[in-house]
Every structure is written in structure tokens, then in C-alpha cells.
Design a protein around this ligand. Structure first.
Ligand SMILES: [Zn+2]
Length: 205
């Protein structure tokens, strides 16, 4: 099992070099600065449209990939291990599709392998593949669970996400500290009380 990835290196690879930001994208960001009440031609803001353009490419890097690729390389010789595999409290950042505001939180991802297991960093890579898009937390939770269900064909999958939404904490009702929890349970974690209790208690819920 020397091929297992032991590092929790779940983030996507950095963008190669400095990508060019098209003029119309920069102009759109200047328009937004103006709309916000500032002057996009003042010194401190001159390079901001380029930076923001590149930052958004990175925030939304998940569109460049199909997250299931991370589950294509599996290990079948796991010495009959058929107990729970859990990756707990993986930090992530996403952006809500309603306000394009940051969603910051953690995800716990578990599955009950039948035959296939993956290197542990791969679950975090699947998470980031979906997080690095414009999202709603409910859909992201379901997408991650479904991707693991479809590609590892385990007996069960459990995904629990706990996150704070800047669109709620920094604007609107302004409730700092409030976090939202979503979960998607499939297979044995949905059908079997004992398995569900076990996974949720290991996740700390
Ligand atoms: Zn929002």
C-alpha cells in the first residue's frame, strides 16, 4: 500500500503562471468598483481588475475538471478492510452562487468500502473540485456524496458540511458566527441506524 497518499493535499494545483485577464473582464470589474462608490483609476485600484480576474479563475478552478477523475485510481487489495473510512474536518472555501460571496467551512466525508478504496487525499480533491465553483451548500453536499457513490460503489457514503456564508454574516441579516450544516447520507448510512450513529459520532455530531 505504498501508493497511498498520506498527505492531505486536497487542494487543486495552483494556476500555471499569470494568466491574461481579457479587457472585457477587467472593464466589468472597473464598473463594479465604480458602482461600489470608488474610482477605478486611482492608484491603489489600477491593477485590481487584473488581480480580481485572476483570483476568480482560481476560486472557480473546479470548472476546469471533472472531480470524479480523483476516484479513478483505486486500490482493491486492502486486506479485506471493509470498515468505515472517514476524512474529518477538511477545510474548504467556496462561493455562493447567489451573491458570489465566500462560503468558508469544513467537510467530513466518509464511506464504507465494498471493494475499492482511494488514497485519502482524493476525497479532499473531490471536495475542492466541487467547492471551487459557484455553489449552494446543499447541492455541493449532494454532489460530493453522489460522486463517491457512483465511482467507488461503496456500501455507504456520508457527507456533512458545516460552513459560514459571508452573504449572511457580512451583509443581509449580519449574523457573524452562524454556520449552516448540511448532510447527505447514502446506502448503509441512510438505511441502518447503527451505521448512521457510528459515522455521525465519529464525525463529532
Ligand atoms: Zn449568498
Amino acid at each position: 500500500m505504498s501508493d497511498f497518499d498520506h498527505a492531505i493535499d486536497g487542494d487543486l494545483d495552483p494556476l500555471p503562471g499569470k494568466i491574461a485577464v481579457p479587457d472585457d473582464v477587467q472593464e466589468a470589474i472597473r464598473t463594479l468598483i465604480r458602482w461600489s462608490g470608488d474610482d477605478p483609476t486611482r492608484e491603489g485600484l489600477i491593477d485590481t481588475p487584473q488581480r480580481v480576474g485572476r483570483a476568480w479563475k482560481e476560486y472557480c478552478q473546479g470548472y476546469e475538471e471533472d472531480p470524479s477523475v480523483h476516484l479513478s485510481r483505486t486500490f482493491e487489495e486492502v486486506g479485506g478492510y471493509d470498515e468505515l473510512v472517514l476524512l474529518k474536518d477538511i477545510p474548504f472555501q467556496s462561493h455562493c452562487e447567489h451573491h458570489m460571496a465566500p462560503i468558508i467551512g469544513t467537510a467530513s466525508i466518509a464511506y464504507m468500502p465494498k471493494e475499492r478504496v482511494v488514497g485519502i487525499s482524493k476525497l479532499a480533491r473531490v471536495l475542492n473540485g466541487y467547492a471551487r465553483r459557484l455553489q449552494v451548500q446543499e447541492r455541493m453536499t449532494a454532489e460530493i456524496a453522489q460522486c463517491i457513490w457512483d465511482h467507488l460503489q461503496p456500501s455507504g457514503v456520508a457527507v456533512v458540511i458545516c460552513a459560514s456564508h459571508s452573504c449572511m454574516t457580512a451583509r443581509g441579516v449580519r449574523t457573524p458566527g452562524v454556520r449552516m450544516m448540511t448532510s447527505r447520507l447514502l446506502g448503509c448510512f441512510l438505511d441502518d441506524d447503527r451505521s448512521r450513529k457510528e459515522v455521525l459520532s465519529l464525525m463529532g455530531y
